[in-house]
Design a protein around this ligand. Structure first.
Ligand code: ZN
Length: 201
């Protein structure tokens, strides 16, 4: 089962365009046989939200065995230092082509970490990862896609390092077998929406 933790991001006018922007960013908790895996660490204030969600599912920081980072943007690794302090025993995993402020273990394409298959999906960042939760038939797609106003969209180009490579990764993901799609921004979606998206330029 995938538990979403939702935080609001507010960008003042001038930071990512002329208008002020509000959107959500999500990180995820997944239980496994010997504990809990955390995917991404949200914003600076994320640790409290993660603490609350751990309590809701009957766990605490001591149960966090692994932290997997989809990519190194600040809205996905905001409270990483606090997470490593609260869960000192957890292994921190990430793509080898992104640089992080803490030491991480390289999550190789094709590896499986606590039931999550690592899929290298470069483009948004060079080391961007997606994760396939095989038992849940769900794909955690990081920032390759997001949901805005009810529709699945590509990540905004100004935040994407290599849009051509991101597009290649999107096409590759659409060939993988899953049902539910969890972007890091916006509500969950499904595989069909991804297949519809890649047909639109
Ligand atoms: Zn990002």
């Amino acid at each position: 089962m995938i538990h979403s933790i939702v935080a609001d991001v507010h960008l003042p006018a001038g930071m990512a365009g002329p208008e002020e922007m509000t959107f959500d960013v999500r990180c995820f908790l997944l239980s496994h046989a010997s504990g809990v895996t955390l995917v991404d660490t949200a914003l600076n204030n994320g640790a409290e939200l993660i603490t609350q969600k751990l309590a809701e599912i009957g766990a605490d920081w001591g149960d966090v065995t692994d932290v997997i980072l989809t990519h190194n943007h600040p809205d996905h690794i905001g409270c990483l230092h606090e997470v490593t302090a609260r869960a000192p025993g957890a292994s921190i995993w990430a793509g080898v082509h992104d640089i992080f402020p803490v030491a991480v273990k390289g999550a190789e394409d094709g590896a499986t970490i606590r039931g999550l298959r690592v899929i290298a999906t470069p483009g948004h960042t060079a080391g961007h990862l997606s994760l396939l939760a095989t038992d849940d038939h769900a794909l955690l797609a990081g920032d390759l896609v997001g949901t805005r106003n009810g529709s699945l969209t590509r990540a905004p180009e100004q935040f994407t390092a290599d849009p051509v490579e991101a597009e290649r990764s999107l096409h590759m993901l659409s060939t993988i077998d899953f049902h539910d799609l969890y972007p890091s921004h916006g509500a969950p979606s499904h595989r069909q929406a991804l297949q519809d998206l890649i047909r639109q330029p």
